[in-house]
Unconditional design. Structure first.
Ligand code: AVJ
Length: 320
């Protein structure tokens, strides 16, 4: 599906790369699947529904913080900028930046859900005709080619605490790579979820209406379509808990019975109660995150807290 009003680039993963990651994850002792496979069009829409839930504090807290952050950042800029958003989703947050920061002349949203991305980018382009919208369909956990314009200052935008999906080592690798991609003199505005009482975290990932459950199970439907796997969605259940030692929420899908799942001719045996680990969502104290940034070529020059420490946003500056 091609959009009509926007230029775009397709750097999507080839089908065999998806298959090999899936086979790899299911072959581990602790079975796992990469959380980026939540996001097909259906999954991106389910995530938007999660953001509307009372229990899911990160989205609304960060959204409420963004207008004043945008004004603060706007005062620090005096040259035309390109904003590069990693995992752009439905583009709600960038609208706030575009409204408050006049120096943004280009917007480069990167997302793995290509059809969803192009649809959202088209709508945005019409609302902001003076901004050049250049969507890139890509898996940002791998190096992305940016087609940058040397006369623009690059500002990375990575809201929502998606950084929490990475293990600490992977987060460090991602930030180091983003520093490379964005270049000298760049900035990175990044949302980071904070540590808080586990009961509140538990509610945020086990909502009453069961939207998070649907979101988790949708990964199996997505992979059935994408790889021809035969996961039976009725035979798995959502399970999410806070792991205090690792400082993260873990989401799993638990096999309700002994069963065999076949993916491209490969059979995987499940015991009753055996889980597939589908997501980590790491929570950071201010100190922990500053340390992570400085290990990855960035300096946290400023940070904002919202909702009485419920969520934080850091502004990182590329170190020379
Ligand atoms: C989009 C990765 C930030 O970890 O909170 C929401 C995804 N998973 N509910 C998160 C998610 C379950 C979300 N991120």
């Amino acid at each position: 599906m091609h959009s009509q009003n926007t230029l775009h680039a397709d750097q999507s993963l080839p089908a065999d790369a998806v298959l090999s990651e899936v086979l790899d994850g299911l072959s581990q002792q602790q079975k796992s699947l990469p959380s980026k496979y939540f996001y097909d069009t259906e999954g991106s829409e389910l995530f938007d529904q999660i953001c509307e839930l009372d229990e899911y504090y990160p989205y609304r807290t960060e959204i409420a913080m963004l207008p004043s952050i945008a004004q603060d950042v706007s005062h620090m800029l005096n040259e035309p900028c390109n904003i590069v958003e990693f995992g752009a989703g439905s583009l709600a947050k960038i609208r706030i930046l575009l409204k408050h920061v006049d120096s943004i002349s280009r917007f480069t949203p990167i997302d793995i859900a290509g059809d969803f991305l192009r649809r959202e980018a088209d709508t945005l382009q019409k609302e902001f005709p003076h901004v050049e919208v250049y969507p890139v369909e890509a898996d940002f956990t791998r190096p992305v080619e940016l087609n940058t314009n040397a006369s623009l200052k690059n500002i990375g935008f990575f809201p929502g605490s998606t950084i929490g999906n990475f293990t600490t080592e992977a987060a460090q690798a991602f930030l180091t790579q983003a520093r490379e991609t964005l270049g000298n003199g760049s900035l990175l505005l990044i949302g980071v979820d904070t540590k808080k009482p586990p009961a509140m975290l538990h509610k945020a990932y086990n909502d009453q209406r069961g939207i998070t459950r649907k979101f988790n199970l949708n990964m199996l439907a997505h992979l059935n379509r994408e790889t021809g796997a035969d996961f039976d969605l009725d035979k798995f259940e959502h399970y999410a808990f806070y792991n205090p030692e690792k400082g993260r929420i873990e989401m799993h899908l638990i096999s309700q019975t002994e069963q065999t799942v076949t993916v491209a001719g490969n059979a995987f045996e499940f015991r009753e109660g055996e889980s597939i680990h589908t997501e980590n969502s790491h929570k950071y104290t201010q100190q922990e995150f500053k340390q992570l940034a400085s290990n990855s070529g960035w300096r946290s020059t400023r940070h904002w807290m919202g909702g009485q420490q419920l969520f934080s946003v850091h502004l990182l500056q590329a170190m020379d």
